[in-house]
Design a binder for this molecule. Sequence first.
Ligand code: DHK
Length: 142
Amino acid sequence: MGKLLLLNGPNLNRLGKREPDIYGDETLKDVEEKAKQLAASYDWELEAKQSNHEGELIDWIHQADQGYNGIIFNPGAYTHTSIALRDAIASIAVPVLEVHISNIHQRESFRHQSMLAPVCSGQIVGFGTKGYQLAIISFVQT
Ligand code: DHK
């Protein structure tokens, strides 16, 4: 029994409407509900948050160093740009698992590099929104 934070970054509030050929038809609410249900089926708690603002994501990462067993994080485009988010992740003891809905390695070259991956416990890419579920399973089944 533990507690997870599901964190989504910029533009992920647009899931369902946003480029559905790349990101699928599910809304963020659908994703978050499914994630809570899956975690609950293992007697784990899951809290879900989304922000379009880098500083807010940084604050939430700092706060999650207390009271959480893991963070599942889709940083959106900040993946490819944010040294500040990388430093935030490096500053906490709680493991952060990076998730991308699309296969970033099959897309534009600017998406191939993650600034965050070196300080994350792992990376799940290209499984669609199922990637969030795989991330939950990786925490609850250890
Ligand atoms: C989501 C985004 O918003 C993009 O900026 C990333 C990622 C890929 C995803 O696949 O979930 O490049």
